[in-house]
Each structure stands twice: as structure tokens, then as C-alpha cells.
Design a protein around this ligand. Sequence first.
Ligand SMILES: *Cc1c(COP(=O)(O)O)cnc(C)c1O
Length: 368
Amino acid sequence: MTASTEIDFEIHPSAARVPDAERERILQAPGFGQVFTDHMITLRWDTERGWHDGKLEPYGPFTLDPATAVFHYAQEFFEGLKAYKQGSGSVVMFRPQANAARFNSSARRMAMPELPEAAFVHALELLVSHDRDWIPTGEGKSLYLRPFIIATQRGLGVNAPSSSYLLCVIASPAAAYFGASKSVRVWLSEDYTRAAPGGTGAVKCGGNYAAAFVAQRQAVEKGCDQVVWLDAAEHQWIEEMGGMNIYFVYGSGSSARIVTPALTGSLLPGITRDSLLKAAPALGIPAAEGRISVSEWRDGCASGEITETFACGTAAVITPIGSVDGPSGGWTIGTGDPGPVTMRLREELIGIQYGHKPDPFGWIHKVA
Ligand SMILES: *Cc1c(COP(=O)(O)O)cnc(C)c1O
């Protein structure tokens, strides 16, 4: 969609950076997605000029006409990845090219412009290098990067995609998201569906999340931490947990293997999911895609064939699932505590990200 792969960004440094002492205080306990760095990236697209007006500029609010398309028809999507400060002092990102590729597959589904992958990665590098002092140090801490793109055409017409867009990247220092030492309890949602064939389940769009809050609230009302989504047609096949992909561990010890639901089009193709499909076999744990039903999950836990279950995603890396509840009853997975395969895989991914394990797949992208 765009003619040139050379996209320039003007640099407009902030004249009102957060003072060092205040920033250091924030970085002690940053939470998740609460605090933002001094700068952001903006880049615009329209039908005449393609990508233009790229900037690194002070973080701050937008002014948008109330008739801007995104407010009405939700033509938008986002990405999420992290930058880490490794023990050696290096600043790195984890698989940013994979996010660039997923950005473009989301763009195609949402009838929005694609961005050259190199420009996507360059924009992230600019923000991370200018705001590198905002990357907290220590295990589990990182700088969460949130690229997103919104439709900016003014008007309420619904017959065509917007003729203009604003892409923005913001960054937020992050503590470890959930403590991995504790398993979560999940609710099998039969009342609500996240995604259906032909829909936008494979796209990281806000609309999927908007439609999910009511199910997440129901899960909490049932005493659970997270919702597990089932397929739309039969409400029988496991798809995802909240905003994370899911893995089942079969067997134990040297015979352990892992299986994750195949990408049917209604699942989000997670980069953590993909990383585990590659990293687990290298540790001697075979990994496959498959189709797991609620009854296979329940019966497998009862017979001991399924020993562990966990969810995975950028924000929390790996979250152990300890127990399941649903309209027709619940069960415990293994002992209910985080299992050894779950913790081994978590340690491996974190080790690669923080640079204390080798990176055989070339996933670490050095920024500075
Ligand atoms: C982002 C996301 C994931 C996980 O993707 P990662 O690339 O691993 O962070 C899984 N499911 C949903 C619905 C998501 O939005």
C-alpha cells in the first residue's frame, strides 16, 4: 500500500521530562500499563501521501473531532511487545519483526494500510533508545511497548474504510504481570463467545477486548481469575484464556509433551505461543498444535494424562492454571500448583529475554 520503505521520523525531544529521582521512584514498583515514558512515536497515513509526518515527540494527549471514525466503528488494532535491560547493560527487544508481521496481517483484515516491517522496528528502536532510562532493571521487569493504529477520517459514513490513519507507539515500564508462583482459576464461558469463523479473532483489535469484559466479569463473579474461551459453533473446543494462548502438558518427566490449540482463524497467533512451539522441542519437550475439547481436558486431568495447563503471552510470559470451573462443574489440574514443565518453560523464555540463556533462534534484537 505504501510506495516507499524509507520512513523518516523527526525528533522532537521533550522539554519536560520526568525528573530522574521521580522516575527512579516510579521504576521501583511500576505496576502494569499505569505510567508512560517521556516520549511517543506518531506516524500518519492517508490515501494521497501514504505514510508521512513521522515523529518522536513528547508523550501527550491527542485532539480528535467527535466524528472521527475510530470512535464510531472501532477501526483500530494494536500490538504489544517488550524491551528488556539485560544484565550486561544491553537494551534488547524480543522478536519485534514477528510483531511487525502480525501488525501487517491485522492491517489486511481491518482494511488498513500495511507498514514496511523495517519502519515498524525502526519506530520501536527510536522510542526505546530515547526512553531507555525508563526500562526497569530486574527479573520480570521490562518496558512494555504498545503500538496502535486508529482510523482518523472525520465523518459517519460506513461504506468504506477510513481514508486516513494515525499510528502511535507508547511505552510503559512494567513489573511482572501476575506472580507466576500462584496458579489461576479459570471459568469456562458458555454464555459468551470471543471470536467466530470469519471474524476478527486472529486480529489484535480492541473490539475483541470490548466484547470480552462481560465474560471476564462473569468469571470473577464465579470466583475465578480469568475466562477460558470455547469455539463459537459447539462451545466444546478450547481456544484461549483471556488475552493469552493456552498450552496443555501431557505426561511428565522425560515423557512430557505440550499441545496448544491450532490456529483456526478465531485464535490470536501469539508470539509467545509460537516461541514455545520452537523452544520446547529444543529442551526435549515435543510441542504440537491440536484440538482439545473440554471433556478431553477434564478426563485427562482425572486420569493423570494431562498433568499441567498454562497460559502464555507477552505481558505475563507464562501463567500456570490450577483449576477450572464452569456451568457443569469444575476440577483441579495436577496438584493445583504450578507444575515443573510450566516453570521450566517459563524459566527458559525469561532466560532468553534477559540474556542469561543462549538465544539459539535469534529472537533477541539489540537496540543499544
Ligand atoms: C496478544 C494476545 C495473545 C498473546 O500474544 P503474544 O504475542 O504472545 O503476546 C493471546 N491472545 C490474545 C487474545 C491476545 O490479544
